[in-house]
Design a protein around this ligand. Structure first.
Ligand code: DAH
Length: 342
C-alpha cells in the first residue's frame, strides 16, 4: 500500500513540470501513456488494489482517483495550449494578411466623347430629333456638290480633304448626312447626325485630322430663323445650364442662307473673361443657318414648299470644355491613365 501511495505522490510531484515542458503533442502523448496508460503508474496502483486488505482499498482507490483527475486535467490543459500554439504557427507561416484590401478589378467605362455624345443625343431627343447615320467614306456629291459648295471652294482642295485613289473621299463634315437623309426621306425632317469627320490638319493641342461633329437638320413648312434660335437656346440651357446665353454672329456657309456662327457665354467665367475663352467671355460652339434652296433642289425637295434650318457643332471641343481636357489628341490616344479619370 505504502509503495503505491508513494508512487502516486511522486507522479503528482514531478508530472506538472514534465507536462509543461512537453514541446509538442507527441511528447505529451508519451507522458499521458506513462502516467495514465495501460502500463502506467495509475493502472499499476489500481491493479494493486486487489492485493490489499479490505480497509485499505478505499483509501488507495480514493487517492488513485484524485491523482488521475489531477494528471488528466494537466494534460488536457497542455493539449489545448499546444493546439493553440500550433494554430498560431500555421497562420503565421501561411502569411495571409486578412486585413489587406482585396485586389480590385478594372471596371472599364465610357470614353469622354461617348459620355458627351450620349448627353447631346439625350437633349436633342427631348427636342424631338432622332439620330441618323451616314458613311465616312463619301463622294464629292454628298460632301460638296449637293451642299452647294462651288467647284473652286478651298475646302475641296486636296490640302484640306483626304481623297481616295478612286476619287471618293473621307467626309470632311457630317453635313453629308443631311443630303443622304433627304434623298431617302420626305419631309418633315428632324434629325441629328453625329459622327467622325476627317481633315488634313496638322495635329496639335487643338487640331486633329480625325474629329467628331454633330449635325442637325429640321425641315417643314414655314420654318423660321426664330425656330432655329429657339431650338439652339433650349439645347444650350440643357447642355450648359439654365443661365447660359447664346450670341449669333452673321457668317457664311455654302449650304445655308442666312448663316450664323453661335457662341455660348463662357461657362467658366460667365462672360467676365478667362483663359478658357481667351478673355472674350464667349466660346464658339457651332455654325448654323436656314437651309439654302439650292440644297433642297439637289435632293429633290421643292424649295418653294419646304423650309428648314441646319446646324453643325464639334463634339470634341464641347467635350474638352465640359470635362477640362486641354489637348484634343488625348481623345484619340486610348491612353488608359487618361481614360480612367472619366
Ligand atoms: N459643316 C460645317 C463645318 O464643318 C458646320 C455647319 C455649319 C453645319 C452650318 C451646318 C450649318 O449644318 O448649317 O464647319
Amino acid at each position: 500500500m505504502k509503495q503505491y501511495l508513494e508512487q502516486l505522490e511522486q507522479a503528482e510531484k514531478e508530472a506538472p513540470a514534465r507536462i509543461d515542458a512537453a514541446a509538442n503533442v507527441e511528447e505529451l502523448e508519451a507522458l499521458r501513456l506513462q502516467y495514465l496508460g495501460r502500463k502506467g503508474v495509475l493502472t499499476a496502483a489500481l491493479q494493486g488494489l486487489g492485493s490489499l486488505a479490505a480497509e485499505e482499498r478505499p483509501v488507495l482507490g480514493k487517492r488513485a482517483n484524485e491523482a488521475k483527475n489531477f494528471l488528466a486535467a494537466l494534460i488536457d490543459r497542455r493539449t489545448a495550449e499546444l493546439e493553440e500554439k500550433r494554430l498560431a504557427e500555421a497562420v503565421a507561416k501561411s502569411r495571409l494578411d486578412v486585413t489587406l484590401p482585396g485586389a480590385r478589378g478594372w471596371d472599364g467605362g465610357l470614353h469622354p466623347l461617348t459620355l458627351t455624345l450620349d448627353r447631346l443625343v439625350e437633349i436633342f431627343f427631348s427636342l424631338g430629333f432622332t439620330v441618323a447615320d451616314g458613311p465616312e467614306v463619301e463622294d464629292e456629291f454628298h460632301n460638296f456638290d449637293a451642299l452647294n459648295t462651288p467647284a473652286d471652294h478651298p475646302a475641296r482642295d486636296s490640302q484640306d480633304t483626304f481623297y481616295l485613289a478612286d476619287g471618293r473621299l473621307l467626309r470632311s463634315q457630317t453635313s453629308t448626312v443631311q443630303v443622304r437623309y433627304m434623298q431617302a426621306n420626305q419631309p418633315p425632317v428632324r434629325i441629328i447626325a453625329p459622327g467622325r469627320v476627317y481633315r488634313r490638319d496638322t495635329p496639335d493641342a487643338s487640331h486633329s485630322p480625325i474629329f467628331h461633329q454633330l449635325e442637325g437638320l429640321y425641315v417643314d413648312q414655314g420654318v423660321t430663323f426664330g425656330d432655329l434660335k429657339y431650338t439652339l437656346e433650349q439645347f444650350a440651357h440643357q447642355m450648359f445650364g439654365p443661365g447660359s446665353s447664346l450670341r449669333f454672329r452673321p457668317s457664311f456657309f455654302p449650304f445655308t442662307e442666312p448663316s450664323a456662327e453661335v457662341d455660348v457665354r463662357c461657362v467658366f467665367c460667365k462672360g467676365k473673361g478667362c483663359s478658357v475663352c481667351k478673355q472674350t467671355g464667349w466660346m464658339e460652339i457651332l455654325g448654323c443657318g436656314m437651309v439654302d434652296p439650292a440644297v433642297f433642289q439637289a435632293v429633290g425637295y421643292d424649295p418653294e414648299r419646304w423650309t428648314g434650318f441646319a446646324f453643325g457643332m464639334g463634339i470634341d471641343r464641347i467635350c474638352m470644355t465640359m470635362m477640362g481636357i486641354n489637348d484634343i489628341r488625348l481623345l484619340l490616344e486610348s491612353e488608359l491613365g487618361f481614360l480612367s479619370q472619366f
